[in-house]
Design a protein around this ligand. Structure first.
Ligand code: BGC
Length: 390
């Protein structure tokens, strides 16, 4: 274990030389907070440690849930929290992080909009020994990121493609090949190219789909099979809907030219795709001819669509667990330790391999909404029924 004073002197100064958790426990609630920052033997209340939390947007409910979960769990641990959402606007996020640093943040937790746009902010943070935890999305091209908490993003892509193959009947519920030979007409959507995750999702999905594209079980009539062609800037639902409309007009003229499935990397994008397909007369649900569509995030509107047979699947990433890992990492820094990584190989940000903690995700289809989402308390049965969070 490194000495906190050499690891991040600033945090050490903020919390004194007794570790935060130990300090609080040792004081038994009676005498914390009397020593000056950095004073030997002193300690400060956890609330004197401020943690800046930068989230990308409130337009997607997962990020609202992430922000709230991180905030509440940090507050439970006694920290002071400065939570900001950046409206998917890069200058706004840069400004918010600048302000967090100016206002004296001791630790930063950052879910970036563009993984390469925060260089100046992170340099300023590093100059003040502020530990930087990259949240869900890796911050690229900088030395100044200390830890990364995320899901196994490559595997999320594998799961998205697997769910598409299951919906088409090429794989069964256990993931075994059924012998179904198609050919099935599919189209491919990717996320925002400036989000590192989009590349991992795509990589996992394409590695899974490629054997079937090569053997002719799957066909992409548009020929748009590289990530640049399939990308959706800022993961926008409207952009995805427009691209789906254009693909239908140009490549699926009706008759036997019918689309069977769509690889979608995110529920908002899936809903844009589904709207375009419904407007083009594909039917209201899968049973009546709507193509099979994948997704991600288990957003409540999409969970309802899955429950009612409109969207085929989503990927559930429990944001409460991700928040817990971010809070654990923050606690470790506050105590002068290094957070515990479970992966030290996968996430090279262009300058270094960032020690990471990866969580697992699950495929959600109509049959397991109850066991995965309702029983775990992620959504209530009423919310699923309404398609809206309370
Ligand atoms: C996240 C996904 C999310 C997407 C769009 C990605 O970085 O990992 O969970 O669907 O951003 O918000």
């Amino acid at each position: 274990m490194k000495n906190q004073n050499t690891l991040f002197p600033r945090v050490a100064a903020a919390i004194g030389s007794v570790t935060l958790i130990g300090a609080l426990a040792a004081c038994g609630g009676g005498g914390a907070g009397s020593a000056a920052p950095g004073e030997e033997g002193g300690s400060q209340a956890a609330e004197d440690v401020t943690i800046g939390v930068a989230m990308p947007t409130q337009t997607s409910e997962r990020w609202i849930a992430d922000g709230e979960a991180v905030e509440s769990q940090l507050e439970e641990a006694g920290f002071t929290v400065d939570l900001q959402f950046a409206n998917d606007d890069i200058p706004t996020q840069q400004q918010q992080i600048d302000q967090m640093i100016t206002k004296g943040a001791d630790i930063l937790i950052v879910a970036s909009i563009d993984g390469t746009a925060l260089g100046n902010q992170l340099q300023a943070a590093a100059d003040q020994d502020i530990p930087i935890i990259s949240y869900d999305r890796l911050i690229n091209d900088t030395e100044n990121v200390d830890f990364y908490v995320t899901f196994d993003n490559y595997n999320v892509g594998v799961q998205q493609a697997t769910s598409l193959l299951q919906g088409l009947g090429v794989l069964d519920a256990e993931g075994e090949e059924t012998g179904e030979e198609g050919p099935f007409a599919i189209e491919l959507f990717a996320g925002s190219l400036d989000d590192n995750n989009a590349h991992f999702f795509w990589g996992g999905a394409m590695d899974t789909l490629e054997p079937y594209l090569d053997s002719g079980v799957l066909e992409v009539a548009s020929g748009q099979t590289n990530i640049e062609q399939a990308a959706t800037l800022r993961w926008s639902q409207e952009t995805a809907q427009k691209r789906m409309e254009d693909l239908l007009t140009s490549h699926y003229s009706g008759g036997s030219d019918q689309l069977d499935g769509v690889l979608s990397p995110y529920d908002g994008i899936s809903r844009g795709i589904i709207t375009a397909l419904q407007n083009a007369g594909y039917g209201k649900d899968i049973e009546s001819g709507l193509p099979v569509t994948s997704g991600q995030d288990a957003e409540i509107a999409s969970v309802k669509l899955i429950d009612t047979g409109v969207q085929y699947a989503t990927i559930f990433k429990d944001t409460r667990k991700l928040a817990t890992q971010a809070v654990e990492a923050a606690k470790a820094y506050a105590a002068g330790d290094e957070p515990e990584a479970n992966d030290t190989e996968s996430y090279d940000n262009g300058v270094k391999v960032v020690p990471s903690f990866l969580l697992e995700s699950d495929i959600v289809v109509a049959e397991n909404i109850e066991s995965l989402l309702i029983e775990s308390g992620y959504w209530t049965a009423e919310e699923v029924e309404a398609g809206q969070s309370k």
